[in-house]
Structures are given as structure tokens and as C-alpha cells.
Design a binder for this molecule. Structure first.
Ligand SMILES: [Zn+2]
Length: 287
């Protein structure tokens, strides 16, 4: 059975050899939530195969003959591919140089004390066609697995997310810090995670929203674990819900667990100088 072009087109990778795994929307075998539609760009064609419905797709360059070998190769690589994390492309027109961005994009980052070094460290960039600041998430080997676009010169929602990719967690700090720090603060957004990770021994982790994948997170890896969502009403409700879901998983001999008090602002709103005062005073409730 052939997969319609429309199901595939948006996700076709840009580089030869690159492969993406996306949820097959309109999959005839039912809802796909495991990224079972594999799309690969080969030197002479695009091939895709859905491990949910068994549908396939080809797009050949006119210069090349049919390449059924390519499909066979894709099928043979099924298991290895399943273990591999899906990658996504950033918008093709992104600029990583803040000097080229609209002033409003730079101003939005400066408002939250984000430095040029941090812009480079986290790969923050701007897409003129989207009119959005792009916040990428990279995997262990530096491949982009997700991005969010924050509205700057565009209408629509404050944040959008790349289509077809599973939402990961956004980790602040570098890989050394992520391994060595003993305190973890779970926050809503990437800039808050960056803000928390400026502090010694702290890694901020952003849920990129308020839904946190409790089952995939090692709570007892941390000596101190803090949940600090935004102080708006939905944020408070979601913080309380997350605390209730995490509490039974905490081994109290290993991990002390805290929740931010309602009097706190959003994590990213504190300057690197002021944040110390927040930690020095009892702004967190021990659970
Ligand atoms: Zn399918």
C-alpha cells in the first residue's frame, strides 16, 4: 500500500543519508505515537516505510531508475533504526548570528539575562520566515531532535513546536555539569532551565510546557530535586500535580524533594545576582 505524498513531504530530510522517524498522521493502522514512519533521503531517491501500517513511499529523481534496494535497506535497518533517536531539521533559513536578528529577538533574550556566549552554547537562532526565535534541543551526539519557535515578529501562539517529533526534555548546562551537578530544578521553559543552570551545582531541566514525562526521569539521581513552575494559575496547578506524581517515586534516603512557593516569580526572571537570594531564603517547601 502506498503512503500519500502529503503524509511524507513536510518531513523529508535535507541531507543524503539522513533518516527521520515521525508519527504517521492518518496512518491506516490507527494512531501512531511511536514515530513509526521512517523517511530517508538517499542519493537518488526518497524512501519511506511505516512500521505501523506497512505502507511505503518512493520519490525518485528522473535521472535514476527505480531503487527497490533502497527500500530493502531501509527495512533491513529496522531494528538499528528503531534504537536510533529521530532527528529533525531546523528551519532552513535560521541565522545563528544575533547581529542579523530583529532587535526584538535580541531584546527578548537580554530581558532574561541570556548572553551571547549562551546564545552560541545553546544554539539559539532566528528564523525570518517563521518570525520566531528558534530554541533547538540536541541529543548526546549533537543532532537536533526537537525545536520550539518563540513568537517575535509573527502572530499565532507564543510557542510552536516542530511537527512530528516527540517532545524531549531541555537540559541546561554542558554535559559535564549535567553529570556532576547534585541539584536539579524542573522548570517549564528553556530560558528558565538556562537561568537555573548558571548556578553552581544546579542543572535546570525544562519540560517545554507543563507535561513532564515522570516515568522516563530518574528522580533519585539527584541529591536535591526542586519543581519550580511559573506562578500563573495553570503553572501552579501543574506544579502541584507533578509534585504528587513524583512524590511516591522519591527515595528519601537519596533525594530531598522541594516545591517552589507561590511567592516566587518565573525562574528566568531572576538575574544571576538575585537568584542567590532566592536560594538563600526559604522559598521552597520540603515535600
Ligand atoms: Zn502508517
Amino acid at each position: 500500500m502506498k503512503i500519500p505524498h502529503d503524509d511524507v513531504e513536510y518531513y523529508i530530510p535535507t541531507d543524503v543519508g539522513q533518516q527521520v522517524h515521525i508519527n504517521h498522521t492518518n496512518c491506516s493502522a490507527g494512531t501512531d505515537t511511536k514515530g513509526r514512519l521512517y523517511i530517508k533521503r538517499l542519493p537518488d531517491c526518497i524512501v519511506a516505510y511505516c512500521h505501523n501500517c506497512g505502507g511505503y513511499y518512493f520519490k525518485r529523481s528522473k535521472m535514476y531508475p527505480r531503487n527497490y534496494d533502497a527500500l530493502q535497506e531501509l527495512l533491513a535497518g529496522k531494528e538499528a533504526a528503531e534504537a536510533m533517536q529521530q532527528t529533525v531539521n531546523l528551519p532552513s533559513d535560521v541565522s545563528t548570528n544575533p547581529a542579523d536578528w530583529p532587535a526584538a529577538a535580541r531584546a527578548w533574550l537580554w530581558k532574561y539575562y541570556v548572553t551571547d556566549d549562551e546564545i552560541a552554547q545553546y544554539g539559539l537562532c532566528y528564523s525570518p520566515s517563521w518570525g520566531r526565535l528558534i530554541i533547538p534541543v540536541f541529543n548526546d551526539v549533537g543532532k537536533c531532535v526537537f525545536w520550539q519557535g518563540r513568537a517575535i515578529e509573527s502572530g499565532g501562539p507564543k510557542y510552536i513546536s516542530v511537527k512530528g517529533a516527540k517532545k524531549p526534555l531541555f537540559y541546561g548546562g554542558d554535559s559535564h555539569k549535567q553529570k556532576s551537578a547534585t541539584c536539579c530544578i524542573i522548570v517549564e521553559d528553556a530560558l528558565s532551565a538556562i537561568a537555573m543552570s548558571r548556578q553552581n551545582d544546579i542543572v535546570g531541566i525544562a519540560a517545554l510546557g507543563t507535561d513532564f514525562p515522570v516515568g522516563e526521569f530518574d528522580v533519585n539521581r539527584w541529591k536535591n530535586l526542586i519543581v519550580w513552575f511559573d506562578p500563573d494559575l495553570p503553572g501552579r496547578a501543574k506544579q502541584q500535580e507533578l509534585v504528587q506524581r513524583l512524590t511516591p517515586l522519591i527515595d528519601k534516603r537519596k533525594t530531598s524533594f522541594y516545591a517552589a512557593r507561590n511567592t516566587l516569580k518565573e525562574p528566568k526572571q531572576y538575574s544571576p545576582d538575585n537568584i542567590n537570594k532566592v536560594f538563600a531564603h526559604s522559598n521552597f517547601t520540603r515535600i
